[in-house]
Design a protein. Structure first.
Lengths: 113, 116
């Protein structure tokens, strides 16, 4: 079974700072990778996903993530955060051909104006 | 509605009682998923319905948990003889079921279950 690790559960930073959230997974086969975000009071929603092609994927609101197969990683980045990026971010993975997702524990990100 | 809906939004029950949670997926979505999120934890897969195929029940934590789905519509998750460790947010998601697991899953608002 897949497992997903996210570090630094609580992140506090100022507006305009850069953000990088780490995500590592354990699974030896081909995977699909996702980042979901939950803004305060809202549903969990997709930020971006990777399943093939260019390992650098761009999502909504200026976020991007890079798949590094050799490191089993799919780190999320944003060069300059805004107060509205305050949210909880979850990394998730599934094995190709299997829709059940394995989620990490999430990163609670607070952006101070 | 346009999104996944769940009811009730909050449920408080006494230990030992049965509870039933409901999920209305997005119309036309073939796949439906149930997850559980305990405090401070990530989402934990429970069960997955894929069209008319047999559901993937491999994530159900015990035989007190069961779920049903009528065709490609409503699903209910039932927890019998609830225990305090069942307290969590139960999330439902649906997806159109694209090949190779590349689906985006669309999540509902969740049901917060508290077992006293």
């Amino acid at each position: 079974a897949q497992s997903v690790s996210q570090h630094n559960h609580h992140v506090i930073l100022s507006e305009a700072a850069s953000l990088e959230l780490g995500c590592n997974y354990s699974y030896g086969g081909t995977v699909n990778l996702f980042w979901y975000v939950q803004y305060p009071g809202q549903h969990l929603q997709l930020l971006l996903k990777y399943f093939s092609g260019d390992p650098l994927v761009k999502g909504i609101k200026g976020f991007e993530a890079e798949f590094i197969k050799s490191k089993f990683s799919f780190n999320l980045r944003k060069p300059s955060v805004q107060w509205s990026d305050t949210a909880e971010y979850f990394c998730a993975v599934n094995a190709q051909g299997n829709n059940r997702l394995a989620f990490g524990k999430g990163n609670q990100v607070v952006v101070i104006p | 509605g346009a999104g996944v809906s769940q009811s009730p939004s909050n449920k408080v029950t006494e230990k030992g009682k049965d509870v039933e949670l409901r999920c209305d997926p997005i119309s036309g979505h073939t796949a439906l998923y149930w997850y559980r999120q305990r405090l401070g934890q990530g989402l934990e897969f429970l069960i997955y319905f894929q069209g008319n195929s047999a559901p993937d029940k491999s994530g159900l934590p015990s035989d007190r948990f069961s779920a049903e789905r009528t065709g490609e519509s409503v699903s209910t998750l039932t927890i019998q003889r609830t225990q305090q460790e069942d307290s969590a947010v139960y999330l439902c998601a649906s997806s159109p079921l694209r090949p190779l697991g590349t689906d985006t899953q669309y999540f509902g608002p969740g049901t917060r279950l508290t077992v006293l």
